[in-house]
Design a protein around this ligand. Structure first.
Ligand SMILES: C[S@@+](CC[C@H](N)C(=O)[O-])C[C@H]1O[C@@H](n2cnc3c(N)ncnc32)[C@H](O)[C@@H]1O
Length: 328
């Protein structure tokens, strides 16, 4: 890699892999910006001054957009980035990627609707808590007439395999979440960050964020600022006894160390065994919980998450809830 010091090669690879594996076909804008960064020794050196967890492409580009940087072509973005590096750096050191995608509830809903009702929902890694409102959204599976709350945003999801598509959404009587840094949908700065985290071309997702944020603002969930392993037992103790407690997480455990993931899984296994009726739903990328992924009879299709109930895989999902495949 000519002109790029050896220490920055891994960072260049990260940006190139993000461009080709995650952005291609999903965000042409981010794809070309990340390919530009991957080939730019000076910009890689700037990003390389940040601590390792703060060098992520998604964080950089979210901050550029939050601060109003141009993203139409790489050279314009690059000139702006170099000129505004101190401000970008400050934001990258204080913010984290906390994308909150309400449409991930479309992956959870068939499993939720299968449970004794009503439900008490406890989400670990909740961000702003927008996945805590499946009863307030409408769901159109495979283009069928939406089910759920007609006043809510319509979440579309394409299914394959024997998905038990529900006829109705289950009632939710309690909702709580834990996050290291809960975002507040009534705070314009937090909402601006949530918007900046949505990739540029994804207009429908921004519209959905606005609608879901309005729902959460009108009926805020209980959000606890804490590490999920530390706060889980106290919050479980607050859940009502006369509802099915569902502890769930989507796109969260990748942020934990393997030891902390193991601790959480042990806690959940014990909780499901000791608190009758409690259910654990996990929706994570395949490499995050190898013990669960290892129970699959088939390989995980590229770019899919694994939905599991009580540690047993039941479905594959697309990362933003766009599609759901049920296992036979
Ligand atoms: C990518 S967001 C996903 C948010 C939400 N679950 C969703 O699917 O839309 C991951 C969230 O997990 C939170 N998180 C990461 N590590 C955590 C920990 N150890 N304890 C609590 N929250 C954590 C982050 O702050 C962030 O808000």
């Amino acid at each position: 890699m000519q002109g790029i010091p050896h220490t920055d090669v891994a960072l260049a690879d990260t940006y190139r892999a993000f461009a080709t594996l995650e952005c291609a076909g999903v965000s042409p804008v981010y794809e070309q910006l990340c390919l530009g960064v991957a080939a730019d020794a000076e910009v890689l050196a700037l990003i390389g001054t940040l601590p390792l967890p703060r060098r992520q492409p998604n964080l950089l580009l979210g901050v550029v957009r939050l601060l109003g940087g141009p993203i139409d072509d790489y050279l314009t973005m690059r000139a702006w980035l170099v000129a505004h590096w101190d401000a970008v750096r400050d934001q990258m050191l204080t913010r984290t990627t906390q994308t909150n995608e309400a449409a991930r509830t479309a992956i959870l809903l068939p499993a939720l609707a299968d449970l004794p009702q009503p439900l008490a929902l406890l989400e670990v890694g909740a961000s702003a808590g927008l996945c805590l409102y499946p009863d307030r959204y409408a769901f159109a599976y495979d283009g069928r007439a939406p089910i759920g709350d007609p006043a809510g945003p319509v979440i579309e999801c394409v299914t394959s395999g024997p998905v038990p598509v529900p006829q109705a959404v289950p009632p939710v009587v309690w909702r709580a979440g834990i996050d290291l840094n809960p975002l507040d949908v009534t705070d314009p700065d937090d909402v601006a960050w949530l918007r900046a985290l949505i990739w540029p071309e994804h207009t429908a997702r921004r519209d959905r964020l606005s609608a879901a944020a309005a729902i959460a603002a009108a009926d805020p969930p209980l959000l606890v600022r804490a590490d999920l392993n530390d706060a889980l037992p106290d919050l479980v103790a607050q859940a009502p006894d006369d509802a099915t407690l569902v502890v769930f997480h989507t796109a969260v455990l990748a942020y934990l160390s393997p030891a902390d993931r193991d601790r959480f899984c042990t806690t959940m296994t014990d909780l499901v065994a000791s608190r009758p009726g409690t259910v654990w739903l996990s929706n994570e990328a395949p490499g995050v919980l190898p013990a669960i992924t290892g129970r699959l009879p088939v390989p995980v299709p590229s770019g899919r998450t694994v939905l599991a109930r009580d540690g047993r895989p039941v479905a594959f999902g697309m990362p933003h809830g766009q599609a759901l495949t049920w296992l036979d």
